[in-house]
Design a protein around this ligand. Structure first.
Ligand code: GDD
Ligand code: MN
Length: 382
């Protein structure tokens, strides 16, 4: 038997080259965008060997299947298909961790980021920058038609806010478009919060601190580009994402001591107090319940409200659904009831030492927030 040798020379994508750059693309419902993005990135990168890693959170539109089909035709394409998890930041971290390329870039699937600047970003990194950020707010960059007026104002405000924690005058820390050195990332990966939408901000704060501890500076480069309107599909940005972002900034201000989820849990608890008081008033004034029944009703309503909000906001990345939603609600009731007992006993105990009513009350409340947070984290949103 003779083996026919293929007389054609191999196409560049058939020759395996160890990738110099990993292009990480987080996706959720981006079926109509991924393949054309791959073509654009391939054109932009020319002969730079790269791999294209899509991290899809089991999108209902079947993005993962489309990427796997693409991967069957191109050796440098891979799909990390995550099931039962959601979240932009954690998807990005997972994509980066799956690659060994010395440099990686993160880019949105919806064509809003201009892939044409990738080679310039890589050159800057090769010349010594640790992180190179695609910026809409410096030089010739612009948010163009890509953002509505409100989104643009919000984005600028968030940029100012984040200046509080980065301490750097970085023009676009909200950007989801950046390229960086793997070794710099690996060093700080364990300290990233993994929550929310704004991974770059988190990386810059953590890497800046890690290097400052060794008396070194973090070199950040910027390359301007024009933010384009989304190609196909819908944005996943929402008011929940905005509140999560505020939680991230606060968490970083405490040096990461208080996790974002704790701050959000506390915030939800605070709104629960308002719900409690309104229900108490309503059931007493409008429905004529006596104090005992009014208080019981208000407690149940407030706990239910807190559960729903925590499930949507604090634990959006581990959202309970279906049957687990109900078992989750029951464990939440149980834990909060014990938390309330803990609250009262701690407060009464403190009151025996320090006869200040309000201080004891406040410490009792703090006690139950810490208790409810730590226990529901294990039993409800495990
Ligand atoms: N895997 C995964 N999981 N991907 C997600 C998720 C998620 O839960 N949520 C969003 N994505 C993907 C989207 O599919 C898209 O590729 C990218 O993340 C950005 O999401 P968009 O829905 O397009 O959000 P945006 O345009 O509002 O926000 C983007 O633009 C900002 C600049 O205004 C993000 O890139 C931000 O990081 C960026 O700062
Ligand atoms: Mn977008």
């Amino acid at each position: 038997m003779t083996i026919e040798l293929d007389p054609k020379t191999l196409a560049p994508q058939q020759i395996w080259n160890s990738p110099q750059l990993a292009v990480i693309v987080p996706t959720f419902n981006e079926r109509a965008n991924v393949v054309s993005l791959f073509d654009k990135v391939t054109t932009a990168l020319g002969d730079i060997p790269f791999e294209f890693i899509v991290v899809d959170d089991n999108s209902p539109d079947g993005t993962a299947a489309v990427v796997k089909e693409l991967a069957r035709r191109h050796a440098n394409v891979r799909c990390i298909h995550r099931i039962g998890r959601r979240g932009l930041s954690s998807a990005v971290v997972e994509g980066i961790s799956a690659s060994a390329a010395p440099y990686f870039a993160v880019i949105d699937a919806d064509h809003q980021h201009d892939e044409a600047i990738l080679p310039i970003m890589l050159d800057k990194a090769l010349a010594g920058d640790h992180i190179v950020v695609g910026t809409r707010y410096a030089g010739s960059g612009s948010a163009g038609e890509g953002l509505s007026k409100t989104r643009e104002a919000g984005s600028r405000l968030a940029t100012r806010l984040s200046g509080l924690v980065t301490g750097k005058s970085l023009s676009d820390p909200m950007s989801g478009f950046f390229l960086m050195r793997r070794d710099v990332f690996d060093e700080i990966a364990p300290s990233l919060s993994n929550e929310g939408f704004k991974i770059l901000l988190d990386i810059i704060v953590s890497a800046g601190r890690a290097r400052a501890r060794r008396g070194k500076e973090l070199r950040i480069g910027e390359v301007p580009y024009t933010f384009r309107p989304r190609n196909a599909g819908e944005s996943k940005m929402s008011s929940i994402v905005v509140v999560q972002f505020l939680g991230l900034v606060l968490s970083k201000m405490t040096g990461g001591l208080l996790p974002t989820s704790f701050l959000l849990f506390g915030l939800v608890g605070a709104t629960g107090v308002i719900v409690h008081m309104s229900t108490l008033w309503l059931s007493h004034e409008k429905f004529g319940f006596n104090f005992f029944y009014a208080q019981v009703t208000a407690t149940i309503v407030a706990m239910t409200f807190n559960f729903i909000l925590n499930n949507e906001l604090t634990y959006a990345n581990k959202k309970l659904r279906g049957w687990r939603y109900f078992t989750g609600l029951l464990t939440f009731y149980a834990v909060c009831s014990i938390g309330a007992l803990a609250n009262v006993s701690v407060a009464s105990w403190i009151y025996t030492f320090d006869r200040s009513f309000y201080l004891a009350g406040l410490l009792g409340v703090l006690m139950s927030v810490v208790f409810n947070y730590s226990v529901t984290k294990v039993f409800t949103w495990r």
